[in-house]
Design a protein around this ligand. Structure first.
Ligand code: ZN
Length: 108
């Protein structure tokens, strides 16, 4: 098959493509994005660490409790305070024990 120039040959389409360097930004790579321990950059001790996670009562937990109370389950309004999935996940550095970041339950 002869390439007439109307349609570029798909096998050679990228042969003259401009080489664009790929920049890996540590701020994006190690951004706190999980509720589980993850790799992150600690700004306090300037190291890349596997974080430890503690679950703390946050705004989302209180909203859940309030909703349960408003919809008739006043006696069960304390339950969200005992469920880790309804709390904020706070990431700590295992080296310096400083807070690295937070993944909130509802609003982040
Ligand atoms: Zn640290």
């Amino acid at each position: 098959m002869v390439n007439t120039g109307a349609m570029p040959d798909p096998h050679y389409r990228n042969i003259n493509a401009e080489m664009i360097p790929v920049v890996y930004d540590p701020a994006i790579l190690y951004k706190i994005s999980s509720r589980e321990p993850q790799l992150a950059h600690c700004q306090k001790c300037n190291k890349y660490v596997q974080t430890t996670v503690k679950y703390e009562i946050g705004t989302g937990t209180l909203i859940s409790s309030t909703c349960m109370a408003l919809f008739g389950a006043l006696a069960c309004a304390w339950i969200p305070c005992c469920i880790n999935d309804l709390k904020d996940a706070v990431h700590y550095c295992p080296v310096c024990k400083g807070m690295v970041g937070k993944k909130k339950f509802i609003v982040n």
